[in-house]
Design a protein around this ligand. Structure first.
Ligand code: ZN
Length: 100
């Protein structure tokens, strides 16, 4: 079922004025938006100790390169989309979205 089909089903349920029908569709939407492919897991590089900390509360060490330069696009712990976050030398935040 596409997102558009799901919205149509919600509108039909809403028009029917049946709480059970609306609740059922809302549960489907909740399940969809919380699915791993829609979640983001941010991996923050910790310069001092040379590892990445993840928003899903794990730590990961790479021998060489970055997660994206090693073709890692999904968090191996939670299945969310992997977004890298690095701090520059000046301590400013630097987000890396795409593999290079
Ligand atoms: Zn994760």
């Amino acid at each position: 079922m596409s997102d558009l089909d799901l919205m149509r089903e919600l509108l039909r349920a809403w028009d029917s004025m049946k709480v059970e029908a609306v609740t059922s569709v809302l549960h489907k939407i909740r399940d969809r938006v919380t699915a791993p492919q829609y979640r983001i897991c941010t991996w923050t590089y910790e310069h001092r100790d040379d590892f990445y900390s993840t928003t899903c509360q794990h730590a990961f060490v790479l021998n060489d390169g970055t997660p994206h330069s090693n073709n890692m696009v999904i968090c191996c712990y939670c299945g969310g989309n992997l977004v890298e976050r690095h701090l520059t030398e000046a301590g400013r935040l630097h987000m890396m979205k795409d593999a290079q």
